[in-house]
Design a protein around this ligand. Structure first.
Ligand SMILES: [Zn+2]
Ligand SMILES: [Zn+2]
Length: 341
């Protein structure tokens, strides 16, 4: 019998990885499609689409970043298996007293993270007469155990499915039992790959024209590609201008004493602000009104309200504004301006 070759052609691993990527990405998309379908509120939908977009993009990026490394690992493992098979000849078969004959070699097994080889022998057919020999040719036997309660002899039953081996130890005297599971690595089965899908999900999923692209358009954001919208439409406000515009808009609506904290600069600029609501509005109304005033006042500018950050306490409101001046961020704003009816 000639030894199996574990190491396959490079293309095999490439296909294997891509086919996993494709099915995982599709699953992810389906998940999001189902989730988005349930949302009826327009604002909520817009927000969730953005979240979906980012999530899928990150997911896809992880696949493409891990690709080389994973493939290299698979190749190393398969090459090690070939080496082990070559270095360790199949030991002489064990004798089966039930069949009164010698067992036949049936398969290799690799343990300890695929660093060690074992040999599986069986009597063939559907008999459950199996034996595992270790790499030194000695049979692998579980140490005999006794019941922790009554010291009775323990019997082990093994059940094997496609994905799992279940080994149940049970006492032959009392009701004690214990079950352990081993996961079986699914046999590497390659799904047929469509080159179109490979291109969409693996080769250049960033430029994908599929689901991700639709989401991107719907969420009115740009992945950094030129949107073609006119950036000069955006009013570039300095912090002093921001102060003036907002103070005016807020005062008209009974919000007074707008104050800014010193800005923080990371990729963009964020500024914490506070203001007092002098009206009779409830907490919810107050927050809602503040969001509306600021969003409208800044809509054509390079500033945005971080609307999740608003806090209210006894008429004292705090929040955060974000200012951008980088082209990529400005393009997102330009898209928003141009796609908002
Ligand atoms: Zn047998
Ligand atoms: Zn017992």
């Amino acid at each position: 019998m000639s030894s199996p070759k574990f190491r396959k052609a490079d293309q095999y691993y490439e296909d294997q990885y891509d086919s996993r990527t494709i099915s995982s990405m599709k699953e992810k998309e389906d998940e999001w499609t189902a989730k988005l379908k349930l949302i009826t509120n327009e604002d909520e939908l817009l927000k969730k689409r953005l979240v979906a977009y980012m999530d899928i993009r990150e997911y896809g990026t992880r696949f493409s970043q891990n690709k080389r490394h994973s493939i290299q690992e698979w190749i190393t493992t398969d090459e090690r298996k070939d080496r082990l098979v070559n270095e360790r000849p199949i030991p002489p078969p064990p004798y089966c007293p039930k069949c009164d004959s010698y067992m036949k070699f049936s398969d290799y097994d690799f343990v300890n993270n695929n660093c060690d080889i074992q040999f599986i022998f069986s009597c063939g057919g559907k008999t459950k007469h199996n034996a595992i020999l270790e790499s030194n040719g000695k049979p692998l036997t579980a140490p005999k155990q006794f019941c922790p309660y009554c010291n009775g002899v323990i019997k082990t039953k093994v059940k094997k499915t496609k994905t799992k081996i279940t080994a149940t130890d049970s006492c032959t005297i009392c009701t004690w039992s214990d079950t352990i599971y081993f996961d079986i690595q699914p046999k590497q089965q390659l799904l047929p790959i469509s080159e179109e899908e490979r291109k969409a999900y693996c080769t250049d999923f960033k430029k994908s024209k599929g689901f991700l692209h639709d989401l991107e358009v719907l969420a009115s954001i740009s992945a950094g590609d030129d949107t073609g919208y006119d950036l000069s439409k955006i009013k570039m406000l300095k912090v002093a201008d921001l102060d003036k515009i907002l103070t005016e808009a807020l005062q008209k609506n009974q919000f007074i004493k707008l104050q800014f904290e010193p800005p923080k600069i990371t990729g963009h600029m964020t500024i914490h602000f506070s203001t007092l609501d002098t009206s009779e509005r409830t907490e919810q109304q107050s927050i809602k009104t503040l969001k509306k005033i600021i969003s409208e006042a800044l809509f054509f500018s390079n500033w945005r309200l971080m609307s999740t950050e608003i806090n209210y306490r006894l008429g004292y409101l705090t929040g955060q504004l974000k200012g951008v001046d980088q082209k990529e961020d400005l393009q997102k704003i330009a898209t928003e301006i141009n796609t908002t009816p």
